[in-house]
Write a protein that binds this ligand. Structure first.
Ligand SMILES: [Zn+2]
Ligand SMILES: [Zn+2]
Length: 330
């Protein structure tokens, strides 16, 4: 299912998947998560997409073929392919363990064809083994929603009371992780979205409400998953002194101006960008230990447009995952 640009629907295309180059593997895709970033792609809100492009960066599949230089993987092994598809390894951020900030980085489903397909090519050095405790569908949302949630939670530092703005795939995962680590969760949804609020409660949130409401006590940190810039001053207003607002999405509408008083008191605003391979390793280990359970709604590959539209409408709780039935030739 490919995006050809111009904010058009994804098209079902028959294309050949190449032979893997020396460091690549060819993956027979079993499942692929649907991420909000995929919506930003088809809304032309992301920089440098390589069109036409197959979206999808929460790929679960098995190694079907591999290049001559691939080490540590074998044919038939189950692996995950994440958003971070390639980095230069030589720039300053790469050398300092911040490969998520590499200016040359290439991303799955943006510049590298992704997992809305029967087969995908991936650089084996950026793929990772997946915990056996999860089936293909359950594990898919961990590969981006989970990883970004985990990184965002780390940016919240030692916060005890944490607000989550937008209660979708990432928030439902990060809630479980945060509670396991001893934080309290305050869940903010679109005003009046009782279903999402009930979902957030069922996962153990201390408080749930609309984004237009104030929490019962000031928060130590707020993580914004919704792509709504106006939530930045709102979240700042909900913070105690010294609190942090973490913007976890790749795209956000413009942030309106606000009085300096909201930032005063050593409050701060920061963003979270991409992931590192070290994040993935660390998070997947913790996820199986918690254990984090994902709530998923499953679509067939050819229903990818419907899955994206349902995500846009907030029509389901948790995460959408495409189930891919392979059987054809690459
Ligand atoms: Zn680099
Ligand atoms: Zn994503």
């Amino acid at each position: 299912m490919r995006y050809h640009g111009g904010r058009s629907a994804l098209q079902l295309d028959e294309i050949r998947c190449d032979e893997p180059s020396p460091n690549q593997i060819r993956v027979a895709v079993h499942a692929c998560g649907v991420c909000r970033t995929d919506l930003h792609l088809i809304d032309d809100e992301l920089e440098n997409p390589q069109l036409p492009i197959v979206p999808g960066h929460e790929i679960v599949g098995t190694v079907e073929a591999m290049g001559s230089e691939v080490r540590d993987l074998e044919i038939g092994q189950r692996i995950g392919v994440p958003w971070l598809g390639w980095t230069c390894g030589e720039c300053d951020p790469c050398r300092r363990g911040r490969e998520n900030l590499c200016p040359q980085a290439r991303f799955t489903g943006l510049q590298i064809d992704g997992g809305y397909a029967e087969f995908a090519l991936a650089d084996s050095r950026y793929c990772f083994a997946l915990p056996d405790a999860y089936d293909d569908i359950e594990v898919a949302p961990l590969l981006c929603a989970g990883l970004i949630g985990h990184r965002a939670l780390r940016m919240a530092e030692d916060a005890h009371r944490i607000g989550l703005y937008g209660f979708g795939a990432a928030a439902h995962i990060v809630t479980q992780l945060a509670l396991f680590q001893g934080h309290e969760i305050y869940a903010f949804t679109r005003p009046g979205d009782r279903e999402k609020q009930a979902f957030a409660s069922s996962l153990g949130s201390s408080w749930v409400g609309g984004s237009d409401e104030n929490p019962p006590e000031p928060l130590d940190a707020a993580i914004i998953f919704a792509p709504v810039g106006a939530l930045v001053p709102t979240a700042l207003g909900a913070l105690a002194r010294g609190g942090i607002v973490v913007c976890a999405g790749i795209h956000m509408s413009e942030i309106p101006s606000f009085p300096y008083q909201r930032l005063w008191g050593e409050r701060s605003i920061r963003s979270v960008a991409n992931l590192t391979r070290a994040d993935a390793k660390e998070f997947l280990e913790i996820a199986a230990r918690v254990p984090i359970r994902t709530k998923t709604v499953v679509y067939g590959l050819e229903d990818a447009n419907r899955a994206l539209e349902d995500l846009r409408q907030g029509a389901f709780q948790g995460a959408a995952v495409l189930r891919v039935a392979t059987g054809g030739a690459p």
